[in-house]
Design a protein around this ligand. Structure first.
Ligand SMILES: Nc1ncnc2c1ncn2[C@@H]1O[C@H](COP(=O)(O)OP(=O)(O)O)[C@@H](O)[C@H]1O
Ligand SMILES: [Mg+2]
Length: 284
């Protein structure tokens, strides 16, 4: 059993007319099978409309399967009596940091979600201190969230999720609205949570470089899983990537061009660090 088991998951959005009669339906996920293991760091890639956000919402019972099942630590998301437990274990961070702010003071904002899930307030104090320092926002606890940068707001959102002590965090394009510095901070924060706290990460992104930081890449296209492997494996399969409307990371493309130009570089370079160390060995 994985931490999260997705079995034959199909989801249809039901479109209703003004009289609440079913007008049509849109298939957003089609027979998805996936096992998420404890400690995974998965990047989910896919072009717009491929079903990524819908998939994210299935993982903590925001949406329920039309067919098939999603099991979170063995709990079926269809089992209403387990909903709170599922949401404590699988936290969500969305794209727009502004939509996630609910309080006028950072510490209250961090405490809001967990308090709603029944964490007692004395315990809450301790957790807020701990998680705000984990995401590097401790000095801002008494500040207003409105004055923070986008990246800082996202880190506050991540802290709010962390305060629930989840096993897994699902982030739906958390860097899409951020500047490069904010993006880097979020990827570093998320990587650290995975590496040091053992938190399972599922991160949807359309930045190939961000996917290269993950341990596993899942490509969703046309509502199905099209690829699943290490970043190196997935980025080596140009053909599938192209068919899914995706590209390799820029540094992989550059390494390919350098190789074509006669530099004896190895295949499978997916990060800047790898290219630098490869170029250094060639030089010496
Ligand atoms: N609330 C909704 N009602 C009807 N169709 C929707 C809704 N949300 C998404 N869809 C459709 O479901 C499909 C998958 O969408 P989505 O999960 O948002 O994809 P992605 O996040 O990969 O861009 C698309 O065809 C989209 O138009
Ligand atoms: Mg989306």
């Amino acid at each position: 059993m994985g931490l999260i088991d997705v079995k034959n998951l199909t989801f249809d959005y039901i479109i209703r007319d003004e009289n609440d009669q079913i007008e049509s339906s849109v298939r957003a996920l089609d027979d998805i099978n996936l096992e998420v293991n404890a400690g995974d760091f998965i990047a989910v890639l896919g072009r717009n409309g491929s079903g990524k956000s819908t998939f994210a919402k299935m993982l903590n019972a925001i949406l329920l399967p039309t067919f098939g099942d999603v099991l979170v630590i063995g709990m079926n998301t269809k089992d209403e009596s387990r909903m709170l437990d599922i949401r404590k274990n699988v936290g969500m961070v969305f794209q727009n940091p502004d939509n996630q702010i609910v309080a006028n003071v950072v510490e209250e904002d961090i405490a809001f979600g967990p308090e709603n899930l029944g964490v007692p307030s004395d315990e809450m104090r301790r957790r807020v201190d701990e998680v705000s320092s984990t995401v590097g926002m401790k000095e801002y606890l008494l500040k207003s969230p409105n004055n923070l940068s986008g990246g800082q707001k996202q880190r506050v959102a991540i802290a709010g999720v962390l305060a629930m002590k989840p096993k897994c965090i699902v982030l739906d394009e958390p860097t899409a609205m951020l500047d490069p510095i904010g993006r880097r901070d979020i990827i570093e924060t998320v990587s650290k949570l995975n590496r040091e706290e053992g938190i399972t990460i599922i991160m949807i992104t359309h930045y190939m470089e961000e996917a290269a930081a993950a341990k596993r890449v899942v490509v969703i296209d046309k509502n199905k899983v099209r690829a699943d492997g290490t970043p190196r494996e997935v980025f080596a399969d140009y053909k599938t990537l192209r068919e899914c409307g995706l590209d390799v990371p820029q540094v992989t493309e550059l390494a390919g061009l350098l190789k074509n130009a006669g530099l004896p570089l190895r295949d499978g370079i997916i990060t800047i660090e790898e290219l630098i160390s490869e170029l250094k060995t060639r030089k010496s």
